[in-house]
Design a protein around this ligand. Sequence first.
Ligand code: ZN
Length: 136
Amino acid sequence: MNERTKKKLIAEAIEARKNSYCPYSGFAVGAALLCKDGTIFRGCNIENASYGLTNCAERSAIFSAVSAGFRDFTAIAVVGAPKEEKAESICPPCGSCRQVMAEFGNPEKFTVLLGTESGTYKEYLLKELLPLSFEL
Ligand code: ZN
């Protein structure tokens, strides 16, 4: 994936973050999922008064893509921070999201970009973030 694509994906995650529904935690997260054919799906965290029903931005993006018939994914960008603040620190995905990424992405190839609004980012392969994923 070239630098331009990485920056584009992070910019999409920053846009997705604007739709975050996070009245309980006040922590807004956006994600952008890149499909093999170049299609991008956005996702945001969606909280619920029954906290356990909350869905993360990463899973929102993946579930949107799968619902639309896409299953071949190349990378995901994630950007998160308290709602009223600029996202200046990286926001790593939770364990549940890492496991869901492993369901659809090859851990040896699937790239996770942890972006910030200042333009810096960290890049990982899924296998680095989830070395022993559950498999059937
Ligand atoms: Zn998560």
